[in-house]
Write a protein of this length. Structure first.
Length: 209
């Protein structure tokens, strides 16, 4: 990779694009989101791990665009449920009915807290996991690699905080003494699974200045 090169971030989430675009720009690399390639459409993520799903997305985008692609897959693992909801985190409660005015995130949290309602505090260990995959198209050598970041915590019994998204309101960071939803964006990036995966990705990025 060289200054002036472009990569495609395999997401339409503006927040994720912004988080990745800033550090990549410092390496002289321009990041584009999937909104620049609407013809790609929805990518089916049917892998059996975070790494597999990230690679699926990155490979599809790299093959379609002919550019280096970066994709991530992330979720919440709980000790009491042997790692669930894991790769199914985003759709964990799709088998539950929505309450009036309820978001998907809120429904996922409602189901998880119900399932773990009798689990004592000592057994409520959990972690956020993020895997990022980088895929170079065949024209650029076809190189692939993945990195992983994890953020250890404990599952609360009720939501706390208004920031963040997903399971943030019920994820407790014992070191900071706050939930993930009570952290600022800067604090969260300094602690989070995505921030740690991003740091590993940038450390492994080829031809850094």
């Amino acid at each position: 990779m060289a200054t002036g090169d472009k990569v495609v971030l395999a997401t339409s989430n503006a927040g994720k694009v912004r988080e990745l675009a800033e550090p990549l720009a410092a390496l002289g690399v321009e990041a584009l989101g999937l909104d620049s390639f609407p013809e790609i459409g929805e990518i089916v993520e049917d892998g059996d791990s975070f790494e597999a799903n990230a690679l699926i997305k990155a490979r599809v985008v790299a093959a379609h665009t002919g550019l280096v692609s970066i994709a991530d897959d992330s979720g919440l693992e709980t000790d009491a449920l042997h790692g669930a909801p894991g790769i199914h985190s985003a759709r964990y409660a799709d088998d539950w009915e929505f309450l009036a005015g309820e978001s998907r995130d809120a429904r996922n949290i409602r189901k998880l807290l119900h399932v773990l309602r009798d689990v004592p505090e000592a057994e409520r260990g959990c972690r956020f996991v993020c895997c990022m995959a980088v895929v170079f198209p065949p024209s650029l050598g076809g190189r692939e690699w993945t990195v992983r970041g994890a953020w250890e915590g404990r599952l609360l019994t009720a939501p706390r905080g208004e920031n963040g998204f997903g399971y943030d309101p019920v994820f407790w960071d014992a070191e900071l003494g706050r939930s993930a939803a009570e952290l600022t964006r800067e604090e969260k990036m300094g602690r989070s699974h995505r921030g740690r995966a991003l740091g590993a990705l940038l450390a492994a990025w080829p031809d850094k200045p």
